[in-house]
Design a protein around this ligand. Structure first.
Ligand SMILES: Nc1nc2c(ncn2[C@@H]2O[C@H](COP(=O)(O)OP(=O)(O)OP(=O)(O)O)[C@@H](O)[C@H]2O)c(=O)[nH]1
Ligand SMILES: [Mg+2]
Ligand SMILES: [Zn+2]
Length: 343
């Protein structure tokens, strides 16, 4: 598909308009914060960010008599960008509105660059990344591998989840089974479920219990449908696939956190088109391919690019079948997409 190119002047105008809009929003925010702080704010206390909307966030009170209640909060100036899963210090105001005073340190952080290459956190403090894919929209192994690199980089355990089990047929089964086999062989946990028919949902629940998990993946793979199946009282919005392209229609627009009654949290996140890894180095990408671990450093040349160098341990392993071709392809495509400075 041809990308519509904007000329420099158009880009400049768009940036100017966006900049002005952001400045106006920031000004509105700071006067809202001033008005609140000039009034009657409750005591500082801890809270959990359960969703965020542009400049404001939704915070669930964690302690005292307000515990469990949800407040829309303004942010004091100079706070870092907050994301769903962040722990904060905040002060309640009137009518369900409050002010965030500080962000508490994050245990983990899942990040990705936005369309301008700026690094943006996606979710904070999660301890499992559930990479959701489905027979339809067709899965991209490269996207799964990018998530795995990001998970390894962030030190967060991944779970691969094939949803829409009910859509597996004779035609798509061989490719899907081959894909699942790649990850099973690597030792990654893989589950096959159907949000619609309920298959495998108990095993999924067992994995989610007691953990803070985030559902990630392409739009339309059924992340929100899975939330609705796991937590029937939630009824979060689900959208159809495009009839034209078979792709998802970007129904979920903000990451939102839900609680399991028995303990554990689940964050539903908006589907993505691509997962950029502009923020990691070549060495990080190599470390993200767990089957390379024992081989790295054993190539003949110290600066081996594992391309066609003689004595390359990775190429030898590829030849012997210890590294799978699909993973090598992903590795190469990720390396090729890194900014030049990472080489
Ligand atoms: N056949 C089948 N369809 C499903 C299943 N789970 C979800 N779907 C359908 O897939 C489509 C997309 O579902 P969503 O839950 O909105 O997908 P999502 O991943 O949350 O999409 P975004 O919010 O856009 O990222 C809807 O038409 C769902 O009804 C399933 O297990 N089987
Ligand atoms: Mg959704
Ligand atoms: Zn090599």
């Amino acid at each position: 598909m041809a990308k519509r190119q904007l000329n420099r002047r158009q880009n400049w105008r768009i940036e100017k308009i966006q900049g002005e809009r952001a400045a106006r929003a920031a000004k509105r925010e700071s006067s809202a914060v001033e008005a609140l702080e000039g009034g009657d704010l409750g005591p500082e206390q801890t809270g959990l960010v359960i969703a965020h909307f542009g400049v404001q966030v939704e915070v669930e009170a964690r302690e005292g008599e307000l515990a469990g209640q949800v407040f829309r909060c303004h942010l004091r100036a100079n706070l870092p960008a907050l994301v769903t899963g962040d722990q904060v210090v905040w002060r309640p105001g009137n009518q369900g509105i409050g002010v965030i005073v500080a962000q508490l340190p994050r245990h983990t952080e899942l990040c990705r660059p936005d369309s301008r290459g700026q690094l943006k956190p996606v979710a904070a403090n999660v301890d499992m990344i559930v990479i959701v894919f489905a027979p339809l929209p067709e899965p991209h192994a490269n996207l799964i591998d990018r998530y795995l690199v990001a998970a390894e980089h962030a030190g967060i355990r991944p779970l691969l989840l094939l949803n829409k089990f009910d859509l597996i047929d004779e035609q798509n089964a061989p490719a899907l089974n081959a894909l699942l086999a790649v990850y099973r062989q690597l030792g990654y946990p893989v589950l096959e479920v159907s949000a619609h028919h309920g298959n495998g949902m108990e095993q999924l629940q067992a994995q989610l219990d007691g953990r803070i998990s985030v559902f990630v993946g392409q739009s339309g793979v059924g992340k929100s449908s899975l939330v609705n199946s796991l937590l029937p009282e939630v009824e979060t919005r689900v959208g159809p696939l495009s009839e034209l392209s078979g792709q998802g229609t970007h129904t979920t627009t903000t990451a939102r956190l839900f609680h399991f009654p028995g303990g554990g949290e689940l964050i539903d996140s908006p589907g993505i088109r691509e997962f950029g890894l502009g923020h990691v180095s070549r060495a990080d990408v190599e470390a993200g391919f767990i089957e390379f671990n024992d081989l790295l450093g054993t190539c003949r040349f110290r600066d081996c690019k594992h391309d066609r160098e003689p004595g390359c341990a990775l190429l030898k392993a590829l030849e012997d079948g210890r590294i799978q071709q699909q993973r090598m392809n992903s590795y190469r495509s990720i390396i090729a997409s890194l900014p030049d400075s990472s080489y």
